[in-house]
Design a protein around this ligand. Structure first.
Ligand code: HSE
Length: 447
């Protein structure tokens, strides 16, 4: 049978990886797919650069629509990224009755409902393994491997840039801004790292996993998103002393009241495997009622790891494109007419435990007042640490404020609803003996 023909839009790092792996493993891929898979046309604005990267015979153009319009091409790989022209081209591909493979997490997290509906009505597939955790086949695992389960929660390190930064901060005791600069110099962080460090990239991925896990629509606008820019080396050190590592987690959880969907730095017990995922690596924990806890680990970005996911989707489509669309695996794991109306909870309704660091005046009664406020709101303390601040000459003295001895109070709480914690923090912050803004980091036991 003649090879299935593929058009590629946007020839960057992942595009070249896809070319290389398809070529290197073409015999095995053909044996798996049942026929060859060939990229025959590429659209990119930098024609000269792309010509030098592709094999002879591959047509390179600067107009993506020429590729989509080519009647010989059955599958379009979209590697442009973002929600601008990429969205238009994906919808045009679907309208042309062609299948889409994309690594575009932002597009699916924000516009997935529209895109999947368009694809269903045209009977085409939109495959997106590469959109979440790069080379880790987490979409396949959630959608197919764990299909027997009622999934209870997912917690993942799904952004390599931030995990690299946090690992370096811990290893070297450096502050965020220093490590970020170094990460940029080494090419681990983008020149504009905003999406990564503010947690947006992780929230896109968590949103997609949440939809597949619980059969709800993609709802990025409901996700709570907090990044790592405000973390300081001292919190990483105190967490370590208490038996925890700080990780940026993407979390989605089924509760009696609704679905939690959140990205924020979290203390994770050091004894958990996921706490030991270091550098730019990714890992995703999934808790299912039948299987228990499972853990998926690997490279979440990079040329060939991401190409591995792109090609897995190409093989799936090659195997399935002649099948009745009703017999294919649904885009979001659940049949489109069987989606759940479970709503995504606001952050104030999330129940979790907390790490609080308070810079306080080191004098009688301070601790009692703080614990009194927590007790009055029924917030139970799990552990408490008092440490001489590394720099006791803290902000108040430097600013010419009162000459008081200062200390850091670190409190770990048991679970409580976030609204109560917000109320407690408001009252504690108002105490005159609390000398600096309170640091609050959420804590996940992942048991
Ligand atoms: N920028 C992402 C990361 C990879 O650092 O993990 C692509 O989502």
């Amino acid at each position: 049978m003649k090879p299935i023909q593929v058009g590629l839009l946007g020839m960057g790092v992942v595009g070249s990886g896809t070319f290389n792996v398809l070529l290197r493993n073409q015999k095995e891929i053909k044996r798996r797919a049942g026929r060859g898979i060939e990229i025959t046309m590429v659209a990119d604005l930098d024609l000269a650069r792309v010509q030098s990267l592709v094999a002879e015979g591959v047509q390179v153009v600067n107009d993506a629509r020429t590729v989509i319009a080519n009647p010989d091409i059955d599958i379009i790989i979209e590697l442009i990224g973002g929600c601008g022209i990429a969205k238009t081209l994906v919808l045009e591909t679907i309208a042309a009755g062609k299948h889409v493979v994309t690594a575009n997490k932002a597009l699916l997290a924000v516009h997935g409902t529209e895109i999947f509906a368009a694809a269903s009505s045209k009977g085409v597939m939109v495959a997106f393994e590469a959109a979440v955790a790069g080379g880790i086949p987490i979409i396949k695992a959630l959608r197919e491997g764990l299909t027997a389960n009622s999934i209870q929660w997912i917690a993942g390190i799904i952004n390599g840039t931030t995990n690299f930064i946090l690992s370096e901060m811990r290893d070297k005791g450096l502050d965020f801004t220093v490590v970020l600069k170094e990460a940029q110099r080494l090419g681990y962080a983008e020149a504009d790292p905003t999406f990564d460090i503010e947690g947006v990239d992780a929230a896109h991925k968590a949103t997609i996993m949440s939809a597949i896990a619980f059969g709800i629509p993609v709802q990025f606008d409901k996700a709570y998103v907090e990044g790592i820019a405000k973390l300081s080396a001292v919190d990483i050190k105190y967490a370590e002393q208490l038996g925890y590592r700080i990780k940026l987690l993407g979390i989605t959880k089924r509760t009696d009241k609704g679905i939690e969907l959140r990205v924020h730095p979290s203390l994770v017990p050091t004894k958990r495997l996921i706490a030991n995922v270091e550098g730019a690596m990714n890992a995703v924990m999934v808790q299912g009622d039948a299987v228990g806890t499972t853990l998926y680990y690997g490279k979440g970005a990079g040329s060939e790891p991401t190409a591995s996911a792109v090609i897995a989707d190409l093989v799936d489509i090659t195997r399935l494109h002649t099948a009745d669309p009703l017999n294919r695996v649904p885009h979001l794991a659940f049949q489109p007419d069987a989606m759940s109306d479970l709503h995504v909870l606001p952050m104030s309704a999330v129940v979790t435990s907390y790490y609080l660091r308070l810079r306080v005046a080191d004098e009688a009664g301070v601790l009692a007042r703080v614990t009194g406020i927590l007790a009055s709101l029924d917030i139970s303390i799990d552990a408490l640490l008092q440490r001489e601040a590394d720099e006791v000459e803290g902000e108040t003295r430097a600013a010419g404020g009162p000459q008081v001895a200062q200390t850091d109070l670190i409190i770990l709480t048991h679970d409580c609803v976030e609204a109560k914690m917000n109320a407690a923090m408001g009252q504690i912050q108002a105490l005159p003996t609390v000398l600096a803004p309170i640091t609050r980091i959420r804590k996940e036991e992942l048991a």
